[in-house]
Design a protein around this ligand. Structure first.
Ligand code: FAD
Length: 389
């Protein structure tokens, strides 16, 4: 079967769509008053209050079993929720990673005790987790991680450093990819995943300021951190397989299509106020729609594969690669459209909030093709999947 065969058109089933209207009404009343340039932070926006409000509605842990605080509503219900949250620009950053991948990972590989300990808090919007994969010398080449958890009588002793860890300064736990045996030359062998309580002695979290002035990602240092034996998630030495499966969840969702959508909406709202929108602006709006629609269909098709229990790693890479290209195109094309008005009369009427939103998205857009795996790495995976490498 080729990659394209496995991206057959899929519809979101009726039970998945069922909550859309209620979710929209909730977001209309809770999110729309937030200024667009703040909503543009999208899944980078941070609000524990908002996360707890979603948890109270049963809209976190939607796919988790009820025994661990979930609502067992199914992955398509969660997909619809994610689409709506992103389209409104809801501040979902506090819970996003825990709900999307950390708790599902624990549910898949963790012990009963770990599931009961960590997952219900995620479903309530009270427990936040971050991803500890990248290190200064290991980003694209994750197999060369050097952070080491040495097994001993009392559990593991953790030493090393992670970097670019989104929201580590606000999170309770990190799920870290570490070496528990062998050396970096052993590549995939000897890697494991451990859960690290970020309040433990020996953990230092240092935020890094980005181009936009936000400090949403961090360096995290481990200096002889004593981890309990039950910090290990899954089997020792199975970290590589676990991380690879986790990345399919991370790469194919609507967050890889909608990072610039608040800007796009704000720009469309501006065009609607014009007496006679410029022909080239209307053409651009049409171009964005016609690129977005098939990408969304591809993302839904990957979701279907995940629902069926497959691990569509190459297909997810395809969605992320093309989705993030479009997210970046929206920012540059709208900047061209807006800035090319300088010489004509409409420049004076450009809304300040549109310009603030454009400024923010333009500053962060380069990161869209880095986070979650760079464009070159994804294209290498796609080429391999097509038998071209
Ligand atoms: C906004 C943001 C949030 C992030 N959040 C997290 C997080 O929460 N947790 C986490 O663990 N990480 C996170 N990251 C890190 C991210 O996953 C890495 O930046 C990314 O994987 C690239 O790794 P690197 O920065 O070490 O770059 P490098 O791997 O050093 O790559 C540098 C350049 O070389 C290219 N390159 C490298 N290897 C190859 C190759 N084999 N073939 C072709 N080209 C290659 C890359 O494409 C890139 O252009 C985040 C990054 C960003 C931007």
């Amino acid at each position: 079967m080729s990659v394209m065969d496995s991206l057959a058109l899929t519809r979101i089933p009726a039970e998945g769509e069922a909550l859309r209207a209620e979710i929209r009404a909730f977001l209309q009343s809770t999110v729309t008053q937030i200024p667009a340039h703040v909503r543009a932070k999208s899944w980078g926006g941070y609000s524990p209050e908002f996360s707890r409000a979603l948890g109270a509605k049963g809209w976190l842990g939607m796919t988790f079993p009820k025994a661990y605080g979930g609502s067992e509503l199914g992955p398509f219900a969660r997909y619809v929720l994610a689409e709506e949250l992103l389209n409104f620009g809801a501040p979902v950053g506090s819970h996003w990673i825990a709900d999307r991948q950390s708790a599902p990972l624990i549910l898949k590989y963790g012990t009963e005790a770990q599931k009961h300990r960590y997952v219900p808090g995620v479903a309530r919007g009270e427990t936040y987790m971050c991803i500890g994969m990248s290190e200064p010398g290991a980003g694209s080449d994750l197999a060369s991680v050097k952070t080491r958890a040495v097994p001993g009588e009392k559990g593991f002793v953790l030493n090393g450093q992670k970097i670019w860890t989104t929201n580590a300064q606000h999170c309770h736990y990190m799920i870290a990819l570490v070496r528990t045996s062998g050396s970096s030359e052993d590549r995939h062998k000897g890697l494991s995943q451990v859960i690290v309580d970020l309040k433990l002695p020996g953990v230092t979290v240092r935020p890094i300021e980005d181009l936009s002035g936000d400090s949403h990602f961090c360096e995290v240092f481990f200096d002889n951190v004593q981890l309990a034996p039950d910090a290990l998630i899954g089997a020792e030495g199975q970290g590589w397989e676990q991380v690879t499966a986790e990345l399919a969840f991370e790469r194919s969702g609507p967050e890889r299509l909608f990072s610039s959508i608040v800007l796009f909406d704000e720009w469309l709202a501006f065009l609607r106020t014009e007496k006679a929108p410029r022909a080239e602006s209307l053409k651009l709006a049409g171009q964005v729609f016609t690129r977005l629609a098939p990408l969304r269909a591809m993302s839904v098709a990957v979701q279907e594969k995940l629902v069926q229990g497959h691990s569509p790693i190459v297909e997810a890479a395809l969605v992320k690669d093309q989705g993030t290209v479009l997210e970046q195109y929206i920012a540059t094309a709208i900047a061209d459209d807006v800035m090319s008005r300088e010489a004509d009369d409409s420049a004076a009427q450009l809304p300040a909030e549109l310009l603030r939103t454009l400024n923010y998205v333009s500053l962060v857009a380069p990161s869209f093709t880095l986070r979650g795996g760079t464009r070159s790495i994804l294209r290498g995976m796609i080429a391999r999947g097509l038998g071209l490498r």
